[in-house]
Design a protein around this ligand. Structure first.
Ligand code: CA
Length: 339
């Protein structure tokens, strides 16, 4: 809080100065007048999150000072970074948890320091967010991305009956999951298949769900093994994110599928995120579809809410956002993307 006091002192000095000159004009904008937003990112090396943090920084330009830290996928590291930010007396925290289950510890510390906290992307338990009157969450509705994948399955197989390679009227699919315990990953895995079935598609899983930590290389290796073990039997790839979907496309193109070349074999691959790499793959005909997780919109929302909360205003004051039924969560909508 030292910074705040200093800022107040400086502001008074400037006001005194202005009065002394008889001008009475507003002091010139200076970073000392701006609130400080402490941003904790679960890891920089994540394509979607990179979009979010770039958008967030851009949206806060001129409105706040930003301190940002890379948790590098390690909750202990992020906890240390949190302590430093609290010591520095940031005016608001924007937290992308490494492990959403560790959010109660973040809330305890933020509450003690009286710092408003905007969780985003990786969702803490609702009760944890509700336990602190200055905490909110900005994310998506995890089930929606899966449901949109399920709708895409129906649409793609209706439009291309030949994708049913063995002609048995069922879709033999493989599933690539982000992390074993991540609620977003679990929901995408579950609802993609359920929604396809709701749409009347008979789904039959090949092999075990491949947990590949959202990672392209890991998914590529797993897909290579799946293809080797189930030659000619896989008719669809569902991946919780585009990073893994792109890994699967690479594995397929290594055996001559999904190369985008005329006459090459093709197995539909559906991801989530609409990363640039996935959009390119869809444009090149090597991947079928994805679900747009709008990182730009997410970054803008986090910025607006942080500025409000840093100023002590209502979290959603003067914004287009609304809380869902929990009263503490804002949901940024997904959209299907087929190029
Ligand atoms: Ca089939």
């Amino acid at each position: 809080m030292k910074k705040k006091i200093l800022a107040m002192l400086m502001a008074s000095v400037m006001v005194l100065g202005a009065t002394a000159c008889g001008g009475g004009s507003e002091p010139a904008a200076d970073t000392a007048d701006l609130p400080t937003v402490g941003v904790l990112i679960y890891k920089y090396d994540d394509t979607y999150i990179s979009t979010v943090r770039n958008a967030l920084e851009a949206a806060l330009e001129g409105k706040a000072e930003v301190i940002m830290q890379d948790g590098k996928g390690d909750q202990a590291t992020q906890n240390d970074q949190l302590d430093v930010m609290i010591e520095k007396g940031v005016d608001v925290l924007a937290v992308n948890m490494v492990d959403a289950k560790a959010a109660a510890g973040v809330v305890d510390k933020a509450k003690e320091a009286g710092i408003p906290t905007v969780f985003f992307n990786r969702e803490p338990d609702t009760e944890v967010i509700q336990s602190y009157e200055k905490a909110v969450f900005i994310g998506t509705n995890a089930a929606d991305a899966g449901k949109m994948q399920g709708d895409l399955v129906k649409k793609i197989f209706d439009a291309n009956p030949a994708y049913d390679l063995n002609g048995d009227g069922k879709v033999q699919y493989v599933m690539f999951q982000g992390e074993p315990d991540n609620p977003e990953a679990i929901a995408r895995t579950q609802y993609s298949v359920e929604q396809a079935e709701v749409n009347g598609v008979v789904m039959e899983q090949i092999g075990e769900t491949q947990v590949c930590n959202w990672d392209t290389e890991m998914a590529q290796k797993a897909m290579e093994a799946m293809l080797a073990a189930n030659e000619g039997k896989i008719e669809l790839v569902l991946a919780n994110n585009d990073g893994m979907a792109i890994g699967c496309v690479a594995a397929l193109s290594n055996i001559g599928y999904n190369t985008g070349a005329e006459g090459a074999g093709f197995i539909p691959v559906i991801g989530v995120d609409a990363t640039d790499a996935a959009k390119d793959a869809i444009a090149n005909g090597t991947m079928s579809a994805t679900v747009l997780q709008d990182g730009q919109a997410m970054g803008n929302a986090i910025a607006a809410v942080c500025v409000n909360m840093a100023a002590g205003s209502e979290a959603l004051a003067d914004t287009e956002y609304v809380f869902d039924e929990t009263g503490v969560c804002v949901r940024i909508p997904y959209a299907p993307y087929e190029g």
